[in-house]
Write a protein that binds this ligand. Structure first.
Ligand code: FAD
Length: 422
């Protein structure tokens, strides 16, 4: 009988555990290992950072919900994966043996790659709920004494949508407080143009996002390499299309949020054949590691090569729908192996995303994610803001009941008038 371990209990790991539990044989076991007792819904972090949500609104204890479904839960966290021994060493010194391992550990946030970046430096973060809570505290004092804001994503980042979201959400909140006129805002991004999103643009994302920034009086610097951040200044080198220095900027800030580049977590980084040089898990088209064939991986922690062709490094985003399709493919493939068949399922890796602007929003569908595409659709409207709120509630409820369904396909694609993604 097989023991299947899911490492990580986030947007990928939780549905993975539920979906896997539905596919095991009698006597097989599923265990989830996380480094935290609680789940939090990462896409809502921008709302937490402006106090539209509290931590409790978007987080809940994992253990009772998984155990109710017969899934074991360990919150000690993984110190190191030992693939040669089929074993995980935990932070508390204990070990866990597995027959199949699914790595879903999300990103390690590479704040150390830019001097002064991150919550221990001079910028806030929305990548983790704890960061968002601390940003939310600072937000209130900032609003009492407003000044310039810098928001965006540094070189090597792969998650641009949330940077735009947070810029527009802050703008909406400041307008509601009637202090927007006291806050010059600058969007700083390594993307070669506004709306590139790590995807070479989607539909008219360039035109729509540029005009949204203009309408809300948010200036921008593209091809921006952030070299240093001080308590009230960000040093930014703008490069040209050849990557050569075009202009040096010193941008003042009284509140800054910059998304960092991502890496793979320490428990996996440096394992030859399992992780690439940045620590991301190497997978084949079936989400399976080519060297350690009983290891699968889903979510932000998998290695996807960047599109390339940009003056500064710009990563490809791994969004919820993609992750969901990785989860389903992995559950099917491990089920195939358990029943004596080879893995055949492939994730679609299509990009489908809703980005909230606080009162309106934008949505995109990129099929496939790298152009040229069969579907290249981008739209905006108040419906996106409402759909995102509905999706938050829906996802959290599903993570508590353990009933996994192709959520995006049902909710979002219906709104978009698209029947199928596959
Ligand atoms: C601010 C933000 C907003 C986003 N918004 C959207 C959105 O609106 N729509 C969308 O489609 N995508 C969005 N994304 C992208 C993506 O959907 C999220 O990043 C998503 O959380 C990724 O899921 P994941 O499971 O890979 O990682 P996570 O959700 O981060 O989960 C990883 C889990 O692994 C755990 N872990 C880490 N290390 C260890 C260890 N050593 N041992 C055990 N457990 C460990 C972590 O604690 C965490 O619970 C957003 C990303 C960010 C950063």
């Amino acid at each position: 009988m097989a023991h299947i371990v899911v490492l990580g209990a986030g947007i990928g790991g939780m549905p993975m555990a539920y979906e896997m539990q539905e596919k095991i044989r009698k006597g097989d076991r599923v265990t989830v290992i996380s480094n935290s007792e609680s789940f939090h819904f990462v896409p809502s972090n921008p709302w937490v950072a402006v106090n539209w949500r509290t931590r409790d609104d978007i987080a809940f204890p994992i253990r009772p919900y998984l155990e109710r479904k017969g899934i074991d839960f360990i919150s000690a966290g993984a110190k190191r994966v030992h693939p040669e021994k089929n074993q995980i060493e935990l932070m508390n010194g204990e070990t866990v043996d597995y027959d199949y391992l699914i790595i879903a550990t999300g990103p390690k946030l590479a704040f150390d790659e830019v001097e002064g970046l991150g919550p221990d430096g001079h910028t806030h973060s929305i990548c983790h709920v704890d960061h968002a809570v601390s940003a939310g505290k600072r937000w209130e004092s900032f609003c009492k004494q407003p000044g310039p804001i810098v928001v965006g994503a540094v070189q090597g980042a792969s998650c641009y949508g949330p940077a735009y979201e947070f810029a527009f959400i802050m703008d909406t909140d400041l307008r509601r407080r009637k202090i927007r006129d006291k806050v010059p805002m600058t969007f700083v991004t390594a993307e070669p143009y506004i709306g590139h999103l790590g995807l070479g643009g989607v539909g008219d994302s360039k035109g729509l996002l540029e005009s949204a920034l203009r309408e809300r009086s948010i200036n921008w610097i593209c091809n921006a390499k952030v070299t240093k951040i001080e308590a009230d200044k960000m040093y930014v080198t703008e490069v040209d299309e050849k990557g050569e220095v075009k202009k040096e900027h010193v941008v003042p800030h009284n509140f800054a949020m910059m998304l960092p580049a991502f890496k793979g977590v320490d428990a996996v980084a440096g394992i030859e054949g399992l992780a690439n040089p940045r620590g991301f898990t190497i997978v084949d088209e079936h989400q399976r590691n080519p060297k350690y064939k009983n290891i699968y991986s889903v979510g932000v922690c998998i290695a996807i090569p960047p599109m390339g062709g940009t003056p500064l490094p710009v990563g490809v985003p791994k969004t919820g729908y993609m992750i969901e399709s990785m989860v389903t493919a992995t559950a099917h493939n491990i089920h195939s192996e358990l029943t004596g068949n080879p893995p055949t399922d492939k994730a679609t890796w299509n990009a489908v995303c809703l980005a909230d602007f606080g009162d309106t929003g934008v949505a995109f569908v990129a099929l496939p994610q790298i152009p040229p595409r069969n579907v290249d659709w981008f739209s905006s409207g108040k419906w996106v803001h409402l759909a995102k709120i509905a999706f938050e509630k829906y996802f959290i409820r599903k993570m508590k009941t353990g009933k996994s369904e192709p959520i995006y396909e049902k909710l979002i694609l219906k709104a978009m008038g698209i029947d199928k993604l596959k």
